[in-house]
Ligand binder design. Structure first.
Ligand SMILES: CC(C)(COP(=O)(O)OP(=O)(O)OC[C@H]1O[C@@H](n2cnc3c(N)ncnc32)[C@H](O)[C@@H]1OP(=O)(O)O)[C@@H](O)C(=O)NCCC(=O)NCCS
Length: 157
């Protein structure tokens, strides 16, 4: 999906792993979202490899540079997926989180996923606002400071 200003958003596979690693190397502050992206270099590399290998992945690219990444860790039997998203600080507040999430939700819907959830700190206003735009609501699970937001994807007829 071409977005203008040299930006595009696409689903991707392991071929994008190195570029996604570079994005998380540049992301600050590290560890800000429940320890993600991991602070230690080795742990961060392993974390990215695991996500890229075990999830559906989506990237925002400015030319060859990845400036945003989202992943959906799916449980196909239960038709649900855990969603996470990071946009580099210099690229935030420009609607790119919305664009990447639109792409991801459409992709998940077409693959039969019915429920998408994310673990969110109650202090993470930006993430909560973003998820609200996609009709995520607070789910009863979770503890005091960290809650689960979830949405139901309408399946195409
Ligand atoms: C959450 C995150 C992905 C949002 O990305 P983004 O590209 O800035 O989001 P968008 O510009 O598309 O904005 C989406 C909505 O978020 C809200 N938002 C964005 N910046 C905000 C801010 N500074 N304060 C409050 N709400 C904000 C707004 O509702 C916005 O909608 P609007 O454009 O109609 O105002 C980004 O802040 C980020 O990477 N945060 C760190 C990682 C994280 O917390 N991930 C989520 C949990 S895994």
């Amino acid at each position: 999906m071409r977005l203008g200003f040299g930006l595009r958003a696409d689903s991707c596979g392991m071929e994008a792993c190195w570029a996604v690693q570079m994005m998380y190397d540049a992301f600050e502050p590290k560890g800000c979202v429940q320890g993600m992206p991991p602070v230690a270099d080795y742990t961060r590399r392993t974390w990215v490899e695991a996500i890229m290998g075990n999830s559906w992945n989506f990237v925002l690219r400015e030319r060859y540079k990845v400036v945003g990444h989202a992943a959906a860790i799916a449980d196909k039997r239960r038709k649900e997926a855990e969603y996470l998203i990071f946009v580099l600080p210099n690229y935030q507040k420009q609607g790119l989180g919305i664009t990447l999430t639109e792409l991801a939700m459409d992709y998940l819907r077409r693959r039969g996923i019915r429920r998408v959830f994310s673990k969110v700190q109650l202090s993470n206003i930006r993430a909560i606002q973003l998820y609200r735009k996609f009709n995520f609501d607070f789910s009863p699970q979770g503890d005091d400071s960290r809650c689960i937001m979830a949405c139901t994807l309408e399946q195409a007829a």
